[in-house]
Design a protein around this ligand. Sequence first.
Ligand code: LLP
Length: 433
Amino acid sequence: MSFVMKCLGINENGNLTIGGCDLKEIAEAYGTPAYIMDEDEIRANCRIYTQSIKDHYDGKGLVLYASKALSCKYIYQIMKEEGMGVDVVSGGELYTALEAGFPNEKIYFHGNNKTVEEIAFALSKGVGRIVVDNEQELSLINQLSGESGITTKVLFRIKPGIDAHTHSFIQTGQIDSKFGVALENGEAEQIMKTAHQMPNIEVVGVHCHIGSQIFELAPFELAAEKMMNFIADMNDRYRIHIHELNLGGGFGIKYVEEDRPVNYDRYIQAVSRVVKRVAKERNIALPSILMEPGRSIVAPAGLTLYTVGTIKNIPGIRTYVSVDGGMGDNPRHIMYGSEYEAALVENPNGEKTNTVTVAGKCCESGDILIRDIKLPEIHSGDLLAVLSTGAYNYSMASNYNRIPRPPVVMIQNGLPKLAVKRETYEDLVRNDV
Ligand code: LLP
């Protein structure tokens, strides 16, 4: 039997394993609900990216882990050891990275509404780059940099006019986004000219991010083409030399059987061909390539372990199987209608005879994790693993209904290690006055 996650298996007891560890034993040791992640798989995913930069780009580039996908000290330590950079989007992510000892110069600070305090914090810590979203922010960075007597290296977030979130992607209509400056109406050109004149700003690069959970190569190739031509235009028109091209994240992963992700390496190969071709055509130097995968690094390495509680069979309608977590630890179904696969820890191979809806325990009828999934016969007390939850679950978790957030347990070399402790009731009232 194969699962959507590569790091799963079945052991001699017939139990589901992750990274070789028996999930029943993990549940006994850490309780449920709990996020369980295969650290070896996370590291292997990082290496696919870092290796592909070597293979297809002569090593000229840096892979930034988009830490919004999963942010905690442990993950930044892994990224440091793997030679990755990181993308942070808030003072909180930046603080966590620094607390983990992540090297400041490899931190790229994003965000469409960075506050004065966040920018001042980032500058005081010497982050590697700020990815500037708009003119207002640019003036602020210039001013604050001047006050501190420093020059700040920046990239600009550009909307290349590609919407990859349609069935087959389209090339226009992306101007209506809160992120960045548009190519098509001259905003991008304008901000480059303004920045180039500023005394405390060093323009080093441009950035684009066309979307998330994308399965096609073509939108990435098109984005690379547009960005490279923009770099060449800036060089030809104003002698602005841009040497970093950050092509964002967005590579799709397998959540359900029907998903057909492309090997990550192929994205980079395809994009590097375009970058090299345009560089030659337009006679500009090859920029250093950056990319920002988040989901594809951590999502396929994680699952959420739950215990089944109430089972409610509404004859002729549906069967609700409620678990001891829900939208608080995984809001993706209620927010996006996301789909997941699941497996019974003690009967992962059983014949899938029952169609059930896996619900959470929150006081909200939309608190569903999986609608209409086929599973083997299921009983109260069973352990259920919801698969591919390593990204945008813990990082998007809330305390709705005052439910404490689950722990994050990493499996390294077959052994579990706690990365984030389970919240307690005391944690819940810590800031209440
Ligand atoms: N870079 C930028 C500038 C981004 O905005 C994002 C994601 C990434 C990189 C990473 O993209 P990834 O490789 O993870 O697709 N909460 C949503 C996903 C939001 C993604 C936002 N930006 C979800 O749960 O699906």
